[in-house]
Design a protein around this ligand. Structure first.
Ligand code: NAD
Length: 473
């Protein structure tokens, strides 16, 4: 019997497999699709590949500002999609090689958890919970050719991810109404116009790609601001930046219907001053993702769930002892690096290691232009927790590297405890924000003060000099 069966080979699942091998556990990985999960096949990596290409395109268009003379660039979407495919395949080969080196076999097929073999007399005993987790659990893997393999292990880790969630808007099944899964594989000519429903992370990242390629972008967001779960100033600045590049953005706008017209897809929405409509060549529905557990549990055999997501405790164990759920499927934080952190924590618990009770500190990153990143508390969140906090904000306009590379105006804001100067959070909107945020993650985790962060000598000229400026008050 194995120690662990992992269902789902995304960053939650495959990193858990590597950790299991490091901890000397015997493990097997079950995957119905390609290695890498949403992140590698339909999420982070393909999106960032398109974003990088869009950035290059925009740089070429603007290269005259650096004295470089170039012809008018054009986009070959088929070649760009070929590059996306090669990037993904290269990373898939990397995961496969690492799994082979870790001696974790991969079973290609759909995994279904079989009813546990419970012993009634055990259930009456107080220590039955512990013993139950040590009993074998089965996963039946149905391969694409229909062949079934039954695996048995002491523990199961579910890392089956999420799928786009499309609200029941009339007309959302029209051709030309897409989710990010569809738009990522788009090979046609750059769109003339794109209407995006949802101004969350997916919505604003695709807005940036579209704008770079010359698409007229409209965003309709139901909440009062874009990227509403982050610091308000980040959402406001991003809205200004997108608008400056020509986007039409409506916040507090609820979409009620989509309909095909000769001019394109017409979207009806309500804003505070009444009903409006706008028409675009295509529509992207980016209104969130929902946990995916399709066919995973036999009838009556599911652990406790809430609105489709699997409920877990601090070390990601479900209500069924020995069955764990990490990543998007538990709906806590839908980010690849959060799934990985959760997977490591779950495997360490399975291996009997002490699991740190402090929750993982998860940075949020948006690959907009300029990039956005946030970690720890915002000033508002600190206040809500009764912490006397202050914040210090610096602009990127005095940073040499930002000026010489002609970056858009940005900022870094540091939130710190007023008395002790211990750093509590940071919000960044500037070039390389998604890399620089890690310095703040280290600082917050290690409870460093402004003075300790400021004592670090950072190279000149570099974007990271902005960090020094931000922590010097
Ligand atoms: P999201 O939850 O971030 O944003 C969806 C937005 O749609 C919300 O702001 C919501 O108010 C709005 N909305 C919902 N129904 C609407 C309607 N009928 N009309 C108008 N607006 C409506 O979801 P997402 O952007 O789809 O992303 C899904 C998940 O994937 C998120 O958890 C996100 O963090 C993750 N993701 C992360 C990254 C990254 O880290 N860079 C990139 C892409 C996706």
């Amino acid at each position: 019997m194995l120690d662990l069966i992992i269902i789902g080979a995304g960053p939650g699942g495959y990193e858990a497999a590597f950790e299991a091998a490091r901890q000397g556990l015997s493990a097997a990985l079950v995957e119905k699709d390609a290695l890498g999960g949403t992140c590698l096949n339909r999420g982070c990596i393909p999106t960032k590949t398109l974003i990088h290409a869009a950035d290059v395109y925009r740089e070429i268009q603007g290269c005259g500002r650096f004295g470089i003379v170039s012809g008018r660039p054009s986009v070959d979407m088929k070649m760009l999609q070929e590059h996306r495919k090669m990037t993904v395949e290269s990373l898939q080969r990397g995961i496969a090689a690492r799994l082979k080196a870790a001696k974790v076999p991969v079973y290609q097929g759909t995994g279904m958890i079989r009813m546990l073999r419970t012993d009634e007399s055990d259930e009456k005993k107080p220590e039955s919970k512990k013993r139950e987790s040590e009993k074998g659990k089965q996963v039946c893997v149905t391969a694409p050719d229909g062949l079934e393999t039954v695996l048995e292990a002491k523990n199961i880790l579910i890392a089956t991810g999420s799928v786009p969630s499309v609200p029941p808007i009339p007309g959302s099944d029209l051709p030309g109404v897409m989710t990010s899964d569809d738009l990522l594989f788009y090979e046609g000519e750059p769109l003339e116009s794109l209407l995006i429903i949802g101004g969350g992370v997916i919505g604003v990242e695709f807005a940036g790609i579209g704008q770079s390629f010359g698409t007229k972008v409209t965003i309709l967001e139901a909440l009062p601001s874009l990227i509403a779960n982050l610091d308000r100033e980040l959402g406001q600045s991003l809205k200004m930046s997108l608008k400056k590049k020509g986007a039409d953005i409506h916040t507090g706008a609820k979409v009620s219907a989509l309909a095909q017209t000769p001019e394109g897809i017409c979207c009806t929405y309500t804003e505070k001053d009444g009903e409006h409509s706008c028409t675009a060549q295509a529509v992207l529905v980016a209104t969130g993702r929902r946990a995916y557990t399709g066919g995973l549990f036999p009838e009556g055999g599911a652990p406790q769930m809430e609105r489709g997501r699997i409920l877990v405790n601090d070390w990601y164990e479900t209500s069924i002892p020995g069955i764990y759920a990490v990543g998007d499927v538990n709906g806590q934080i839908q980010l690849a690096h959060a799934a990985t952190a959760q997977g490591l924590r779950a495997v360490r618990h399975i291996a009997g290691l002490a699991v740190d009770s402090e929750p993982d500190l998860i940075p949020s990153c948006i690959y907009s232009s300029p990039e956005i990143a946030s970690v720890g508390l915002t000033a508002e969140e600190a206040k809500a927790r009764g912490i006397t906090a202050k914040s210090h904000k610096i602009l990127s306009s005095a940073n040499g590297k930002s000026v010489l590379t002609l970056q858009e105006r940005g900022f870094i804001k540091v939130v710190y405890e007023a008395d002790t100067h211990v750093i509590l959070g940071a919000q960044l909107l500037c070039a390389r924000a998604t890399d620089m945020v890690s310095e703040f993650a280290v600082a917050i985790r290690e409870k460093l003060t402004l003075e300790q962060m400021s004592a670090v000598v950072r190279p000149h000229p570099s974007f990271s000099e902005m960090i020094t400026e931000a922590v010097r008050i």
